[in-house]
Design a protein around this ligand. Structure first.
Ligand SMILES: NC(=O)c1ccc[n+]([C@@H]2O[C@H](COP(=O)([O-])OP(=O)(O)OC[C@H]3O[C@@H](n4cnc5c(N)ncnc54)[C@H](OP(=O)(O)O)[C@@H]3O)[C@@H](O)[C@H]2O)c1
Length: 476
């Protein structure tokens, strides 16, 4: 295709040639993303990866690859740096942070898909962007290809936010969906997710809720202008859940179990959590299966003479994968590029400057306080597995009663021998099926701290076979 007269070339420097980095190269080298309207041509100038040899596009574009990140960042033809590196290690995240800050100092703006570095070092990174008058875009960090950050910062500027919640980790949703669908154990569903490329060989960042926590930090920052420091929200992984929990959820609670991240504002207090949650079958989130993400935004706004009304929005789409993530990165790149070189964070020509988050991360946020993790309150589901002998249910209920926690219901199912054998296997127990008793107690609204204290007391009893499995029950 001939190049139009007024076409501007924008040079991209790319840090990372993993799933996301290569998907971005696929788009640009295959000319799909190269010509984005007649006015713009995006060109990859340099690519950093530790071992260029063997990378998909190395043979064809050998000169673009380097094993020096600085060479990419400092290259004079790089206008925008795309950071698509991955790690959960503190030292590595520090290095990635220094790359981003170096880019700002060299006069470049940055687009990143790396939520871990932003969640951990967001304050420093944002201050550096402000100091240098550069921009940082991070649409690809949350919800893969779903344009959630842009919507929250741009389209909902007039909304008074009440809550943001949903399924933000496709790996956990895939595992739980498979357990529900086929009755697989947690280990079997995880293995399958790994075989299909939905889970890493070390899946802990996903299954322990760290990935969802990083996304929640960004969502809450953009929505409420509050920076939830890593470790401050209540976080529970999905690793304890077993197939039997889906039986109780379905047959007794008419619910399923979904991996949720949520931040909710009540007056001047913001509470956030990441946890598996018992969700009613008739809630839209219950229908979101596999690696798909779904994020709800609930706001309030003055609706003419009707006064304030609640509004619910839901965003659904591919929450991960190289392709959708690369598309989200390119969306950010195009927006930056179309500003004709004026990438300043204070540029009033654009509404989309991540202003809420900038305020949150630089510490000038609104006076919202963050609820301590132990005070997160909800109704709870607790599944016990005990030695089958009389008096145990009563003893447990008494303990809750002493802690002023109200028991709502006691759920018991009759289990066949093979079901119990499977349960013992998934908990790595040698107990004979006939000597095991599973049951569920649901509790009225209590705090996570109260439940933990009660379970500490119950944990000292000799009748427990495994640690109780507990998580919240969804209430709108
Ligand atoms: N995959 C997705 O669906 C998805 C979706 C949204 C956001 N993200 C985020 O995007 C980023 C990249 O994800 P990905 O799926 O492309 O990950 P990936 O396939 O594991 O690739 C990771 C990249 O990070 C680099 N890297 C890892 N450890 C490193 C180290 N110690 N030193 C230097 N470089 C190192 C790798 O370098 P080499 O090339 O040298 O191996 C590779 O380029 C991550 O932050 C991830 O959370 C991913």
């Amino acid at each position: 295709m001939p190049v139009a007269k007024n076409t501007r070339k924008i040079g991209l420097g790319l840090l990372g040639s993993g799933t996301v980095g290569e998907a971005l190269q696929d788009l640009l080298f295959r000319d799909l993303g190269k010509r984005l309207g007649a006015d713009l041509e995006l060109e990859i100038v340099k690519i950093y990866t530790r071992r260029p040899q063997g990378k998909k596009w190395y043979a064809k574009h050998r000169a673009l690859f380097t094993s020096s990140a600085e060479e990419v960042i400092d290259h004079p033809r790089v206008d925008i740096l795309v950071e698509a590196l991955g790690s959960q290690q503190e030292k590595q995240l520090q290095t990635y942070k220094s790359y981003i800050i170096r880019a700002f100092e060299k006069g470049k703006s940055v687009v990143t898909s790396d939520k871990a570095v932003l969640a951990r070092f967001g304050k420093e990174i944002w201050s550096a962007a402000e100091r240098c008058g550069r921009e940082l875009r991070f649409e690809a960090c949350v919800g893969g290809g779903i344009p959630i950050i842009r919507s929250l910062t741009e389209s909902f500027a007039a909304e008074e936010p009440e809550s943001i919640y949903g399924i933000v980790n496709g790996t956990c949703n895939y595992i739980l969906s498979e357990m529900r669908r086929s009755g697989k154990s947690y280990d079997a569903a995880l293995r399958e997710a790994q075989e299909r490329g939905y889970a890493e060989s070390d899946p802990k960042a996903d299954t322990a809720g760290l990935d969802a926590e990083a996304k929640l930090i960004l969502l809450a920052g953009v929505t409420f202008g509050v920076y939830l420091q890593p470790g401050i929200v209540w976080r529970k992984g999905i690793e304890e859940i077993q197939a039997i929990d889906f039986l109780y959820a379905d047959r007794k609670g008419r619910c399923t179990i979904k991996p949720l991240a949520a931040a909710r504002r009540e007056d001047d207090v913001l509470s956030g959590f990441v946890a598996p949650v018992l969700v009613p079958h008739d809630h839209f989130l219950a229908t979101i299966d596999g690696a798909t993400n779904a994020i709800f935004f609930k706001g309030k706004r003055s609706a003419g003479g009707d006064g304030a009304r609640d509004w619910n929005y839901v965003f659904v789409g591919p929450g991960a994968g190289g392709g959708p993530t690369a598309v989200a990165i390119l969306g950010d790149v195009c927006e930056l590029a179309r500003r004709r070189g004026s990438y300043r964070i204070t540029d009033s020509a654009s509404r989309y400057t991540g202003q809420h988050l900038a305020t949150a991360l630089t510490g000038a946020g609104k006076a919202l306080t963050v609820k301590p993790a132990d005070q997160i309150a909800a109704p709870f589901y607790i599944r016990f597995l005990v030695k089958d002998r009389p008096g145990i249910v009563g003893d447990i209920c008494q303990t809750f009663g002493k802690m002023a926690i109200n028991v709502s219901e006691i759920w018991q199912l009759s289990h066949g021998e093979s079901e119990l054998r499977e349960l013992a296997k998934s908990h790595r127990l040698s107990e004979k099926p006939g000597r095991m008793l599973p049951f569920v107690i649901t509790l009225e609204r209590a705090t996570a701290g109260q439940i933990r204290t009660a379970l500490d007391i119950i944990g000292r009893k000799d009748y427990l076979l495994v640690e109780p499995v507990w998580f919240p029950i969804w209430r709108n």
